[in-house]
Design a protein around this ligand. Structure first.
Ligand code: SF4
Length: 302
């Protein structure tokens, strides 16, 4: 049995793994949290896959058949993005309306709270565009969620993808993560995205404080004073913006909730989500807070 988990789900994943092992089932754990905490995960599994599984999974199955399963399958290099296989979507009957797809992996922005930074997945690796087009053609669902860290990291690549989606008349509706500074300035990008079926961009604004963006998150290229303009510009191109914010930075004061609410209302943001700053293990934020003695528990259920 294979179980993947992020940090917040790790206690539940361990509980399920323990139960299945009691029943005599061989359990393999993988995903972001076991990659970051492999020794911890191993206490609940027969084997732990560290990092991307595409190359290690066939080796693991072969070892399992030959009764020589290793305790850990290591990740010594990033998977070649052209070798990432398309999932067997016919097996997914839980999501009849929408599907997810990745055109690339990795993110170079190194936000200090992000687990991609924590695992060092900081090089943007692009899958071949024709592979993506083939995969999109085989998806019978109308709505697509692009699960890339951001579709704006390499705008030239994304524009080529959008052009091919338009040529193929795929007629999908899709959403993706995007960065404010690119969405603000590239009209051609927005025009092509809209024509290719984009309905909304999810943007990590994180904070309405420039000081927080500059000093804490290191998103120096994002300018709070330009956010309102960007939202209106994306709207003029016929797409929405879903903003993501974080509360709990050291620079936040008790009025941060009211001030944030009033500010984003003024921007005309259609949709927003709010998260609590969480020092996930191995992130620079976690290491910093741990050194300062501010990590009060390493029980991930809390
Ligand atoms: S931009 Fe997003 S994916 Fe990239 S490092 Fe920051 S939080 Fe992580």
């Amino acid at each position: 049995m294979g179980i993947t988990s992020v940090t917040k789900d790790a206690p539940r994943a361990y509980e399920i793994a323990d139960r299945f092992r009691e029943l005599g089932v061989t359990v393999v754990l993988g995903g972001i949290h076991p990659t970051i905490m492999p020794k911890e995960a191993k206490q609940h599994a027969d084997s732990v896959v560290i990092g991307e599984a595409e190359e290690n999974w066939p080796k693991l199955l072969d070892d399992f058949e030959k009764d020589r399963l290793k305790p850990f399958y290591l990740w010594d290099h990033k998977v070649d993005p052209s070798s990432i296989p398309s999932p067997r979507r016919e097996l997914d009957n839980l999501h009849p309306l929408s599907a997810t797809l990745q055109t690339s992996r990795g993110c170079p922005y190194r936000c200090e709270f992000c687990q991609l930074t924590g695992i060092g997945d900081t090089i943007h690796r692009k899958r071949p565009i024709e592979t993506i087009i083939r995969e999109l053609k085989n998806i019978d669902r109308k709505i697509i969620w692009f699960q890339d860290a951001s579709l704006t990291i390499n705008p030239a690549y994304s524009k080529r993808l959008f052009k091919r989606m338009i040529e193929e008349k795929l007629n999908k509706r899709w959403m993706a993560f995007g960065n404010a500074n690119l969405l603000e300035r590239d009209d051609e990008f927005l025009r092509l995205a809209k024509k290719a079926g984009c309905i909304a961009w999810m943007v990590g604004f994180e904070s309405i404080s420039q000081k927080t963006l500059d000093e804490i998150i290191k998103k120096k290229t994002n300018k709070v004073e330009r956010f309102s303009y960007m939202i209106k510009k994306v709207g003029k191109h016929g797409m929405g913006v879903w903003g993501s914010f974080i509360f709990g930075f050291d620079t936040d004061t008790p009025d941060v909730f009211d001030v944030t609410y009033d500010t984003i209302k003024g921007w005309g943001l259609e949709t927003a989500e709010f998260n609590i700053l969480t020092p996930f293990p191995k992130t620079p934020l976690f290491e910093k807070m741990d050194k300062e003695g501010r990590i009060l528990t390493k029980d991930w259920s809390k």
